[in-house]
Design a protein around this ligand. Structure first.
Ligand SMILES: [Zn+2]
Length: 124
């Protein structure tokens, strides 16, 4: 249910934003640009599905979701390696996850990939 509660917040935020702006002109094509960390969601499909369910009956129904999942990155102190980690390397339930550096094998804290990094609403 990670995805669902996360998307619930996201949709709430966008709807509040829409109201503040007075909403887009009727008939415009809405596009939601969303960037979330790989640690916040387990699956892109589940995230999209949650979105579809949550926007039903709201002004965001039929909007396009432009979803990017930001990978978790590793920043190795030992050898200077910097890069994204393959999916499933770290346990998303771990509050301070560690991973082995793919280059030198040193155990390093991972960064990024948490929470919502960007929400943007666009329309044409
Ligand atoms: Zn390293």
């Amino acid at each position: 249910m990670h995805e669902y509660s996360l998307m619930e917040e996201v949709v709430k935020t966008i709807l509040a934003e829409l109201q503040k702006e007075g909403g887009p002109p009727a008939g415009s094509a809405l596009e939601v640009v969303l960037k979330v960390g790989a640690m916040a969601v387990h699956s892109e499909a589940a995230t999209r599905q949650a979105y579809e369910v949550l926007v039903k009956g709201t002004p965001l129904e039929n909007s396009k979701l432009d979803l990017t999942i930001e990978p978790v990155t590793l920043n190795c102190q030992a050898c200077g390696y910097q890069g994204p980690l393959p999916e499933g390397t770290v346990d998303p339930h771990d509050p301070s996850p560690l991973a082995e550096c793919p280059r030198c094998g040193a155990v390093t804290p991972v960064q990024g990939g948490r929470g919502v990094e960007q929400i943007e609403l666009m329309w044409e």
